[in-house]
Design a protein around this ligand. Structure first.
Ligand code: BES
Ligand code: ZN
Length: 591
């Protein structure tokens, strides 16, 4: 039997008795062996006969308990490995111990790290390493209380081969020489899922006073152009929700195998290169990750059952930033695209997972990573915004961030807060039942506010006119933005003829679009209709990009249409994919 879990269903840690307050890392990055090797020293609050930590696939060395500065070897026991939760590590704490030091090494297959050979980077000259800790992968590279309910500060010394630069989600010197010896300090307490490291041939370019961009040399200029709006977005967010409390805000563009669009590592957002479209049209991703500096990093879900408090709030704030940075039309279009996607995808989500408040006991927390947390969560806040009006709602949202700053929250905290600050403060506008309908009921309540973006009506007219036999040359798309193109493609009928797809391709060159979102939307249609002409381009896309949001649906559809083709392409693409992406696609493309 596997060991019992704690107050957080995804952690073994006994954090109700003893808590990690600070972590001090000392690690050497070994690209030949694909290992991090060294130690972590944990400072503890509270006393207990033992400290229980989360680990996965770590090789343990000596473990010390520290009593009055005296390092004493102590007993450390690893329990049996659970495929989802990893291995519970129990460390005996002698009377008076307030620190422990754990020597360890990671394994090459650590689920939270990807070790890339030079061919898998943009510049193909140096190896690259990056972490992805959310949701429960920090434990595969640091033995830690791997629960969002515990916050700690951290310091680190990282040694790398000379010439490579290391960055962490912490304070560092943007002008560091790449001498292979780096120090980091995170003064604000963070949960373990925000621990992050990246090492590679990385260069820096400033974007503003307190923001800048890191990327491989060949990507740096394009990235600096693409994300030039960053500083402005920080100012907008501050005006809405209070001071940015993390000092600098930098961006790091990762190699194309990065499994997500972005990851809100504090002070240093990690980004997929697939948002570099050349026209700044996909920067809502920056708005999103920046928004996490309030929703998520400052005010954190206590367990993954309350994930919507991170992502739904962030999606709402993201859209407010886009509205202020650009205009309401763009914000409306982006929101309507998300709403349409949520509604279309709803049947594939189990009814019990359509609630905002989830029950992920015994399951991988990644199961909660659906549009429900993001879009339905955003829509609950939109519901409150439209009912109470921004003049009432905006200060309440700001107060939520202020009053819970550096704290952890559950759905019930939100319900109590809304009751006090909105429902009871302004009676007769909305009811508790209306709010609860989002939280504990499946699908979307009838009173959900829905968006109809004015510019999408014109796109629909153009598409439908052409479908009724019009001339494709008559589609006036000269002023269309990425969002309108996505609407155009996603609205194509399910039974559209291959010849019609070919006509569109000839005119609009979707197949070879350099915009990853447009290409992805087109490839999904192409696979669905078995439009073989696009398959070579799809194969190139799948072998070049490892972002899970793109490759998982494409492989799922491909496997259903042509399992042989899917297997062949996956065999080629898989070595370049991140462990998280591999695990997902492995479950779909079966041998
Ligand atoms: N924090 C998430 C990414 C994440 C969530 C990683 C859960 C692991 C587990 C990040 O902020 C995010 O939401 N990324 C999105 C982009 C966004 C614009 C919807 C993504 O990667 O697609
Ligand atoms: Zn997010």
């Amino acid at each position: 039997m596997t060991a019992a879990l704690s107050a957080d269903p995804h952690s073994y840690a006994n954090f109700s008795d003893v808590r990690v307050r600070h972590a001090e890392l000392d690690l050497t990055v070994d690209f030949d062996q694909k290992r991090l090797q060294g130690f972590v020293e944990l400072t503890l609050d509270g006393a207990a006969p033992e400290l229980i930590l989360d680990t996965r696939d770590l090789d343990l060395g000596k473990v010390y308990a520290i009593v009055d500065g005296d390092y004493r070897l102590t007993r450390a026991t690893l329990a049996q490995r659970d495929p989802i939760f990893g291995q519970k590590l129990s460390i005996a704490l002698p009377e008076g111990a307030d620190r422990v030091r754990i020597h360890y090494a990671t394994r090459p297959e650590a689920s939270g790290l990807q070790w890339l050979s030079p061919e898998l980077t943009a510049d193909k000259r140096q190896p690259f390493l990056f972490s992805q800790s959310q949701a429960i992968h920090a434990r595969s590279w640091v033995p830690i209380q791997d629960t969002p309910a515990v916050r700690f500060t951290y310091g680190a010394r990282i040694r790398t081969p000379k010439g490579l630069l290391a960055r962490m989600s912490a304070e560092n010197d943007p002008l560091d020489a790449a001498d292979g010896d780096y120090r980091f300090l995170m003064r604000q307490p963070i949960p373990s899922y925000l621990l992050a490291i990246a090492v590679g041939d990385i260069k820096f370019a400033p974007l503003g006073e307190r923001s800048g961009i890191y990327a491989e040399p060949s990507v740096l200029d394009a990235a600096a152009y693409e994300f030039a709006d960053t500083e402005r977005m920080i100012e907008i967010a501050e005006k809405l929700y209070g001071p940015y409390r993390w000092g600098r805000y930098d961006l790091l563009v990762l190699p194309p195998s990065f499994p997500f669009g972005g990851m809100e590592n504090p002070r240093l957002t990690f980004l997929t290169p697939t948002v570099i479209a050349g026209d700044r049209s996909l920067v809502s991703l920056i708005a999103h990750e920046l928004a996490h500096s309030w929703s998520g990093n400052l005010v954190t879900n206590a367990t993954w059952d309350h994930f919507w408090l991170n992502e739904g709030f962030t999606t709402y704030v993201e859209n407010r930033i886009i509205e202020a940075a650009f205009d309401a039309e763009r914000a409306d279009m982006e929101r309507e695209l998300s709403e349409t996607e949520l509604v279309a995808g709803m049947p594939e989500i189990a009814t019990s997972d359509q609630h905002l408040r989830l029950d992920l006991r015994g399951r991988d927390p990644d199961d909660g990573l659906t549009d429900i947390a993001y879009t339905k969560g955003m829509l609950l806040l939109r519901f409150l915004e439209t009912r109470f009006g921004r003049e009432r709602f905006d200060p309440v949202l700001r107060a939520w961030f202020d009053e819970n700053a550096f704290g952890t929250v559950k759905t019930d905290d939100f319900l109590v807060f809304v009751e006090q600050k909105l429902l009871n403060a302004y009676p007769g506008i909305a009811t508790h039942t209306e709010v609860l309908a989002f939280v504990d009921q499946p699908a979307l309540p009838e009173h959900t506010p829905r968006t109809t973006a004015a510019r999408f009506a014109a796109v629909d007219r153009a598409r439908n006119g052409w479908l009724r036999g019009g001339d494709p040359a008559a589609i006036d798309s000269s002023q269309w933005t990425t969002q309108e193109w996505l609407r155009f493609i996603e609205g194509l009928p399910g039974d559209i003829a291959i010849e019609q797809l070919a006509v569109l391709d000839a005119r609009f060159k979707f197949q070879s679009s350099g915009n990853s979102e447009i290409a992805f939307a087109w490839y999904a249609k192409a696979i669905d209709r078995n439009y073989r002409d696009a398959f070579p381009a799809i194969e190139r896309f799948l072998t070049r990009v490892g972002r899970r949001k793109f490759v998982l649906p494409l492989f799922t559809d491909l496997f259903a249409k042509d399992a042989e083709f899917a297997r062949r392409v996956y065999a080629k693409a898989r070595p370049g994919y991140h462990p998280i992406t591999r695990a997902s696609v492995d479950a779909v493309v079966r041998p």
